[in-house]
Each structure stands twice: as structure tokens, then as C-alpha cells.
Design a protein around this ligand. Structure first.
Ligand SMILES: [Zn+2]
Ligand SMILES: [Zn+2]
Length: 51
């Protein structure tokens, strides 16, 4: 199983979703916990942030 760093909490996540940035389409990793609690994220490519 692949581990990826969540863009919201920065932790390695085993359960995550890849969500494309609304602005530039860059794939962002969000862990299950951050998705459920709607933690804010920030695109590392274009800097756009969202809930
Ligand atoms: Zn997270
Ligand atoms: Zn972006």
C-alpha cells in the first residue's frame, strides 16, 4: 500500500483521496480524517486554498 503525505495535516496517510486542484488541476492528497473534518488545504503548486 502506498503512503502519501496529506496536504492538510502533512502526515502520511494510508487512506486518502486524490483531489485535483480547482485552479491548476494538480493532484492533492487528503487523508480520510481531513476530508471528514473538512480541514483546509493549500495547493503547493499554485497556492490556492480551500475547505
Ligand atoms: Zn490529513
Ligand atoms: Zn493548484
Amino acid at each position: 500500500m502506498a503512503l502519501k503525505n496529506c496536504v492538510s495535516c502533512g502526515k502520511l496517510a494510508t487512506e486518502f483521496a486524490e483531489i485535483p486542484c480547482a485552479n491548476c488541476g494538480e493532484k492533492m492528497i487528503r487523508c480520510k480524517r481531513c476530508r471528514q473534518s473538512s480541514n483546509p488545504y493549500k495547493c503547493k503548486k499554485c497556492g490556492r486554498d480551500g475547505p
